[in-house]
Design a protein around this ligand. Sequence first.
Ligand code: EPZ
Length: 417
Amino acid sequence: MDKIVIHGGKRLKGEVRISGAKNSALPLLFATLLAAGEHHLENVPALRDIATAEKLLTILGADVDRHEATFSIDASNIRSVEAPYDLVRTMRASVLVLGPLLARLGQARVSLPGGCAIGARPINLHLKGLEAMGARIDLDHGYVEARAKRLHGANIYFDVPTVGGTENLLMAASLARGTTVLENAACEPEIVDLATALTCMGARIEGAGTDRIVIEGVDELQPLRHTVMPDRIEAGTFMVAAAMTRGDVRLHGARHADLEALISKLQEAGVEIAEEDHALRVQGPRRIASVDIKTQPHPGFPTDMQAQFMALMSIADGTSVITESVFENRFMHVCELQRLGADISIDGKMAKVRGVKGLLGAPVMATDLRASASLVLAGLAAENTTEVARIYHLDRGYERLEEKFRTLGAHIERKKA
Ligand code: EPZ
């Protein structure tokens, strides 16, 4: 299996372009199931998860044509309504076909994803919402079977704000009869991106980006034409890399408004961040101050940046407390950071990070995407050589990661095993 080899200690300097957001592109690709005709989606990143989504759309009967970052998708002839276990197991976001298939074709059969490396991650709130909209839901051999002649509007309250749940119901409600109100909805920028695209397709949506979204269902939608928003988590990962290496980096396409919680915490740690024309300039400090963070749904500190921020705090002056409140098992990177010399102890949802003078390279591996990213960042700041194994996790969510770091002056390469 491939690995990434990093000779750390180089100051990162230069410019990098932020790719389209994985977590926006995935629901947008599945939104094409809502309407017949040819859809166009621009700025789609080249990632393993996107390839999985493409495969799923093809299995369902869509014609998918990709030219660089542009996808043309014709979803006129959907032949199947089943998302098979093999695909859902490799990518949980596959459950986002449930809402669109049910709304347009009246049925869907989607494998239950099961738990994953960061938590149990149930989809009960997706299903409860669809039931409230009139769907009949049965469980059969690990598959969710959903049926509805036509979904109807409903008032739905989410017990916890769920990104995927909000996206699934937003898509379903766009084609339902009557009005749907989503209360305690997720407010992530990716929800706004999806709502913007759906609105261009003819959907009637108000309040996306707040915790109350109102959707007036329509009978039919037009094909989608949309450009995927920049990836705020990729941008955040590069910001932390600049911070950890006393770097000076310009991130083209990164949007301040999507990253406010992270930016304010980085500034507290002493990082200088300036908004420029369609870019953010990030300058790392000589000494990093320790800062406490608690992950929360947007606009709180994103759980998808927790592992990377912990890598930063591992070389800060003093002690910081990191609380993970979104997922129950998202500290799998801690043992690996310890292998590089980090001083971290965990107590339930909290990690206490006592900053050390420096990290020392070692072989490491991780069990999920952002944990792997945190190890790459630690490797960039560490002395000597760090080898990160199981990099298929990184390929799921970061486009040309090592190439982009190399343009910033890092000594990093991918080695075939
Ligand atoms: C999305 O996952 C992202 N994935 C995740 O990105 C991200 O970590 C997460 O949102 C939180 O921001 C995509 O967008 C494809 P949730 P999602 O439903 O939608 C609980 C990455 O690294 N919950 O908002 O699956 C759940 O267990 C990843 O790119 C229920 O209890 O997350 C969790 O504790 C990984 N019942 C909380 O809600 C439900 O029915 C938030 O999960 C649904 C969720």
